[in-house]
Ligand binder design. Sequence first.
Ligand code: SAH
Length: 257
Amino acid sequence: MNDENKSIHEFDFELICEYFSNLERQGPGSPEVTIKALSFIENINDKSLIADIGCGSGGQTMVLAQHALGNITGIDLFPIFIDLFNRNVEKRNLQDRVKGIVESMDNLPFRAEELDLMWSEGAIYNIGFERGLNEWRKFLKTGGYIAVSEVSWFTEERAAEIGEFWMDAYPEIDTIPNKVAQMQKAGYIPVASFILPENCWTEHFYAPQVNAQKVFLEKNAGNNAAVEFIANQRHETQLYYKYKEYYGYVFYIGKKI
Ligand code: SAH
């Protein structure tokens, strides 16, 4: 395997965190998409308990907080993101109802049937889509909602190059109907699913990385792992532009029954 084809999980977490902490978002998405996903969710009020899992520095959480009343707990494994998250909270004066906590998504600090809404943008893949849907369900009240975005295939068939890339990076990638079926099997009514528009990748995810890559390479000059990591990010970006008809991010919204 040459360096360009390494998948992200083969790189040092510290490097990855340093790189992504210079970006407002750590995954594809946009404020419009967060608001659209929220539009399918009913019964959220100032008493609601909401969790945003794999929140990163909180790009989407701040949007969520501005459009959903209630108490929001952001969870992320990495303290660097939670520090940035809590700083973002204070900047917006949301500290009375939004708080970031360092914890792993496979060890969530909630009580059974406590939550009204579980949110997770571009992060459930860390535990796996099916496992996350199944394990997180117990924290939701009956009638509570889950809203997650996840990489998915748009077609039954695809070019070998992109098929192989994703089989290595995330073998659980699947088609939209299969993901919806998994959601239903895990005990949710599949309320909605929609494809994130391309600008969630181009404008909101890849464009800000161009400058972040420059800064990161200057800062880590002489560090081979850093150079390799950026080459890998650039390769992933090129693949996106080449194969974006075949895959992208999809929001899946479910209601616990
Ligand atoms: N939701 C954010 C970040 C997505 S990137 C956004 O859309 O911008 C995925 C996030 O999952 C990263 O912040 C990463 O630190 C976090 N993560 C990875 N493994 C995790 C785990 N086991 N538990 C909690 N968070 C995790």
